[in-house]
Design a protein around this ligand. Structure first.
Ligand code: 2HA
Ligand code: ZN
Length: 273
């Protein structure tokens, strides 16, 4: 099968395009990675041309010999659907999880996303907790970034404020949201900080930068990012109208919702204000 005819490749490109259309990927902003299933690897293997092994920049032994479809460093999300061969690549990890090599894509040169350490460390954390998790998505979501200038950079504040913005939010992300203080992107330190939050959450906010989302498939992961960003947009509108809410969803309302919707909402987020 032609590589770009595979459903997982088409779905990857469609998700990148959805994010672009929502304005989350100016220029080369954001990155996406997908841990490819064994049978999917087999289905496109005839197209592989292996490049040289290169260091990942961190160790991910829990992902040894896995294959990932990832966006390219410096590549524009806008171009993923127009020219996938130039914009994305498939990589294979070695049997220690220390090096990678490109097996398909980036035909005009380049390397995988600058946030490869964060993506792979997040995948490694998630696969240990739930082997069904396959997608890590980083986007420059406008409203969430705006909130990181005016809200305290605390998990419990972001989680609670976002939950209050739409009844659906605590059902979509019942574990809450983690927050990383401003850090230099692209390196191992921010990858370690983010992957630590991923032990607890599916969503991490990077102050003054964007968000990371994790999930089992493209729809769920994109939907999580979209729901959180929409809640952030509502909060930006509310705060723009008034610094104080006249009414909101209360801790007891959340407890009733948790019961009826059969979700566990940790009490740490249901504090009195
Ligand atoms: O430019 O989003 O965080 C890609 C990025 C880096
Ligand atoms: Zn970024």
């Amino acid at each position: 099968m032609k590589f770009t005819d595979a459903k997982f490749v088409k779905d990857f490109c469609a998700m990148a395009d959805d994010g672009w259309k929502l304005g989350w990927h100016e220029r080369n902003g954001g990155n996406l990675s997908y841990r490819v299933k064994k049978e999917e690897v087999e289905s496109v293997k005839e197209n592989f041309k292996a490049g040289e092994w290169k260091p990942i920049g961190t160790n991910v032994p829990g992902l040894k010999n896995e294959y990932f479809l990832v966006t390219g460093s410096g590549k524009f999300f806008r171009n993923v659907i127009l020219d996938p061969e130039d914009s994305i690549c498939m990589i294979e990890l070695d049997d220690k999880g220390e090096n990678y090599r490109i097996v398909w894509g980036l035909v005009n040169g380049g390397r995988p996303t600058s946030e490869l350490p964060s993506h792979l460390m997040n995948h490694e954390v998630k696969v240990k907790i739930n082997p069904d998790y396959r997608v890590i998505y980083h986007a420059h979501t406008t409203n969430m970034i705006a909130l990181t200038f005016v809200l305290p950079l605390e998990d419990k504040v972001f989680t609670r404020e976002l939950w209050e913005m739409a009844t659906e939010c605590p059902v979509v992300f019942p574990d809450g949201v983690g927050v990383v203080n401003w850090m230099v992107p692209g390196g191992r330190d921010i990858a370690v900080a983010t992957s630590k939050l991923m032990e607890k959450y599916d969503l991490a906010v990077w102050a003054h930068h964007g968000m990371f989302a994790a999930g089992p498939d493209f729809d769920i992961t994109f939907g999580l990012m979209h729901t959180a960003e929409k809640a952030a947009e509502i909060l930006v509108k509310v705060l723009s109208m008034s610094p104080k809410k006249l009414q909101t969803i209360t801790p007891d309302n959340f407890r009733s919702l948790a019961k009826d919707f059969n979700v566990n909402l940790p009490e740490e987020f249901l504090y009195e204000k």
